[in-house]
Design a protein around this ligand. Structure first.
Ligand code: ATP
Length: 588
């Protein structure tokens, strides 16, 4: 398939944010796409080459892309950088530069989707000392043969800067329309996606085997399932209102969610965002097979750092020591964990998703044997306010964050956040209620003791409608020296020459980062702000919302994608909730 067809579609899609229009463009694209390429097209639409869990990272640094453009065009790096500064988008800058050049060169080889995809794949796989040069060679060979529009999209994909704002649901809508003639069939596609986490495979299946093929989708071992998520409640009363008077309460442990796939001695671990995290937990890999009494299983657990002497749970950030590439063996002994199981999703070749919670829990306790390392998450059945309060208090005393409340007779709803699971955290019971997960977009150099690190960070919330990150506050408190060091290590490689176009901020920072990191913040209040852009115009015209007295909680949320950060809708709800509390107390 000619790459120009895809580049034209990208171009159209970039010009709109309207979901119906985007869906229509996608339907038109899918109808032109041969079956063998449709999965590739679906991955590329999302700026990927394969589903996330396969861990194939495309990311090419801007500097390298600039060198490749220079090689292909014969134009100096300095000139390209100037054009880039002017345009604010390297893809567009390259298009302008190559436009001038292609007038004098002959096209050598056709650019097809297959060729672009395979070249990108080779680039992603390259490692080692000579890899930089090879990458430049591959990129410039594509750019040589590409039209300026094609080149601009090749670069955007390579830089991870293709932002079409297409939600997975929109892709599924379009697939349902293009291949079954009915948007309502999206529900069937959703199930297939939730159990496979692979939208490319869903697309290929509906294109080649129709809805019948999609209905046959099953849970597959070593292929992660999209996690079930919980709604939040603020009080025991609200929980009872939503769940009745007979449900399960489990400790909400403050660790990392791990989906554990086991068959014999083979163990693979996936994070909440479905990344393969097996490397960080060699202890789980080694010890789990002995605790399992089944041929194969998929289990869910919370890995929690513990104090070796007392067995007490330690806060989440202790686990971050395991995120080091090297010295992981040392981290394993220095920062021991327990693995606390709370669900079973698959067992002996069969899915368990359709089983009720109570049957899944029973099965879990039959299949998994407890020992020093392997535990079940503490659970009890609660019937009234007092029983919930008691259990909440116990859980907090033992170092957990609160409770997860679960309906006894409901299945596991992969990939959805609903009210069959509720979370009740201690913090929700005070005023602002929740902590927020915010995206780090900018940094300010530290002074004094903080020289050599970013003493203050500029943070953003996520605007789901626009798929952008809107500034909400600067934060400079709550950081230990160790936090500052660690943040510097993580953030330094994310510094960009130009502010990423997905960042919406009037406030200037010393440096801008690629929006890739989420950290947790508490604050005393949400206020109207003339400067910040979060929820702009939603509460008051020409003003946004900002956080007052924000403080870092110590949690760097490496397991969260930036699209999982607190959204402007959530901020608005919290803002309104805080007004209501003040009103109820006659403060306003
Ligand atoms: P949070 O920011 O509160 O961690 P989240 O957005 O990551 O929330 P939620 O569905 O809102 O996800 O909350 C569930 C999370 O709590 C899970 O992802 C898991 O890591 C953790 N957790 C701790 N204990 C449990 C439990 N008993 N059952 C399910 N999840 C648990």
């Amino acid at each position: 398939m000619e790459f120009s067809i895809l580049a034209d579609s990208f171009n159209k899609m970039e010009s709109t944010r309207k979901r119906l229009e985007l869906t229509q463009f996608l339907v038109e694209l899918f109808e032109k796409t041969p079956d063998e390429v449709i999965s590739k097209i679906v991955y590329l639409l999302q700026g990927k080459l394969r589903p996330d869990f396969e861990g194939i990272e495309l990311g090419v640094a801007e500097k390298l892309a600039i060198r490749a453009i220079s090689k292909s065009s014969g134009i100096s790096i300095k000139k390209i950088e100037d054009e880039y500064r002017k345009e604010g988008d390297l893809g567009h800058a390259a298009a302008i530069i190559l436009e001038k050049k292609t007038q004098t060169t002959f096209l050598v080889e056709d650019i097809t989707v297959e060729r672009v995809y395979e070249t990108l794949f080779k680039i992603a796989k390259l490692e080692g000392t000579r890899s930089q040069d090879m990458k430049i060679k591959y990129i410039s060979s594509l750019l040589n043969d590409a039209s300026s529009l094609e080149a601009s999209y090749i670069l955007k994909i390579l830089l991870g800067a293709l932002r079409l704002g297409i939600a997975e649901n929109t892709v599924m809508d379009a697939l349902a329309i293009a291949f079954s003639g009915n948007r309502d069939n999206r529900k069937i596609l959703e199930y297939a996606y939730n159990v496979s986490s692979d939208l490319g495979k869903v697309a290929e299946t509906i294109a080649t085997k129709g809805l019948e093929g999609i209905k046959k989708f099953k849970v597959i071992l070593f292929n992660p399932i999209r996690p079930m998520l919980a709604d939040r409640v603020k009080s025991e009363e609200e929980a009872i209102e939503k769940m009745g008077n007979n449900f399960a309460a489990e400790y909400k442990l403050d660790g990392e969610r791990v989906q554990i796939h086991v068959e014999g001695e083979k163990v693979v671990l996936f994070s909440r965002s479905l990344e393969n995290i097996s490397n960080y937990y060699p202890d789980i890999i080694e010890k789990i097979p002995k605790a399992i009494q089944a041929d194969n299983v998929i289990l869910e657990a919370e890995a929690v750092a513990i104090n070796e002497n007392t067995g007490d749970f330690l806060p989440f950030q202790e686990l971050m020591h395991r995120r080091r590439k090297y010295k992981i063996e040392k981290a394993v002994t220095q920062y021991p964990i327990t693995v606390n199981f709370f669900d079973i999703l698959y067992c002996n070749g069969k899915t368990c998703l359709e089983l009720d919670y109570k049957d899944r829990r029973k099965k879990l306790e039959k299949i998994v044997k407890e020992d020093d390392f392997v535990k079940y998450i503490p659970m009890t059945i609660v019937k009234n306010n007092n029983e919930i309060k008691d259990f909440l208090e116990n859980s907090i005393n033992e170092g957990s964050e609160g409770l997860m409340l679960k309906m006894l007779d409901k299945p596991y709803q992969a990939g959805s956040r609903g009210s069959n699971w509720l979370k009740l955290k201690r913090e929700y019971q005070n005023e602002l209620g929740d902590s927020l997960d915010l995206v780090v977009i900018g940094g300010f150099f530290g002074k004094g003791r903080r020289t050599g690190s970013y003493g203050t960070l500029l943070l953003a919330s996520y605007d789901e409608d626009e798929d952008i990150f809107t500034s909400i506050c600067k934060v400079g408190t709550g950081f230990s020296d160790e936090d500052l060091d660690q943040l510097y290590q993580i953030l330094n490689p994310k510094v960009t020459i130009k502010k990423n176009p997905r960042i919406d901020s009037e406030m200037e920072a010393d440096v801008w980062f690629e929006p890739e990191l989420v950290i947790e913040i508490v604050a005393s209040e949400i206020t109207i702000s003339p400067i910040h852009k979060a929820a702009k115009d939603r509460i008051r015209k020409d003003a946004g919302l900002a956080l007052r007295f924000p403080k870092f909680t110590g949690k760097i949320r490496l397991e969260k994608a930036v699209e999982d950060a607190s959204t402007n809708e959530e901020i608005i709800t919290l803002y309104k909730g805080q007004k209501k509390v003040a009103h109820d107390r006659n403060l306003i």
